[in-house]
Design a protein around this ligand. Structure first.
Ligand code: FPP
Length: 253
């Protein structure tokens, strides 16, 4: 039994993405770190850490649905992760494919929309096809949006937004004076997604690792010591409790 008791929970379970309780973060983003170290500590191959990490993904999704979180973004594969040994990259793609196949029906049943952000054209065709199919099928689901950041790097995302605005300015479609935060944000991969309220990172590292650099400007950060494969629903509830204790000021008093 998971203790959600002392959490400030919504009085009624939200049926649509529009009805969230203000005390529940509308958007939670997670840097899932420590799969390799978890495996190493147990004398297991790194792949076993990633496998166990996929279980934690299932846990965190359940917890977010229970709380009525509208958006859950998971940093599943960074643009830098392509530099890992080919066997590890292949294994991660295999795990992702398996997760997508297994989860597809679940997303239907739970009214959860899937979105993928990142340089998706770098992914294997099989993975891209699966993502496209599931994204199209779940496009109108409203209970929660699961955003998978895949082959994602925030600097690249920002540069590509700047390039697209520069192209429009040079061709006269916009004037440089029109460029403001709102227009800039509309050119990011996350254009239609609200900024994260809460950023969780596991394994104790105090870094943001090229993840949603623009979007986390005012996110509350919670860093947990435990490795990602150890992350359970109770850890998400604890992180939200910590978030609820914070006083968000957005730069004001
Ligand atoms: C970080 O651990 C984790 C990753 C690079 C990949 C995350 C992947 C999963 C959780 C599994 C598959 C994903 C889905 C969506 C099903 P690390 O390898 O950097 O760990 P280390 O820092 O201890 O070496």
């Amino acid at each position: 039994m998971i203790a959600t008791k002392s959490l400030l929970l919504p009085t009624a379970k939200p049926e649509t993405a529009m009805q969230s309780h203000p005390e529940i973060p509308r958007h939670i983003a997670i840097i899932m770190d420590g799969n390799g170290r978890w495996a190493k500590e147990r004398g297991l191959p790194r792949l076993e850490g990633h496998r166990a990490g996929a279980e934690s993904v299932r846990e965190v999704m359940e917890a977010c649905i229970t709380l009525g979180v509208d958006y859950l973004t998971l940093y599943a594969f960074s643009s830098e992760n392509w530099n890992r040994p080919e066997t590890e990259v292949k294994a991660l793609m295999g795990l992702l494919d398996r997760f997508l196949k297994e989860k597809a029906k679940d997303l239907d049943e739970r009214n959860v929309r899937l979105l993928a952000i990142g340089q998706l054209d770098r992914l294997p065709k099989k993975t891209r096809d699966l993502l496209e199919k599931i994204q199209a099928r779940t496009a109108n689901y409203t209970r929660m949006t699961l955003v998978l950041a895949l082959s994602y790097g925030s600097r690249e995302e920002i540069v590509s937004a700047a390039r697209s605005l520069a192209t429009d300015a040079v061709s006269g479609r916009i004037s440089p004076e029109e460029i403001d935060c709102k227009l800039f944000a509309s050119r990011l991969h996350t254009a239609d997604i609200p900024d994260p309220d809460l950023l969780v990172r596991t394994s104790g590292e105090m870094r943001v690792s090229n993840f949603l650099l623009w979007q986390i400007s005012y996110a509350e950060m919670v860093i947990l010591k435990k490795f990602w494969p150890e992350f359970r629903q109770a850890d998400l509830f604890e992180s939200v409790k910590e978030y609820q204790r914070r006083h968000r000021r957005f730069g004001a008093l």
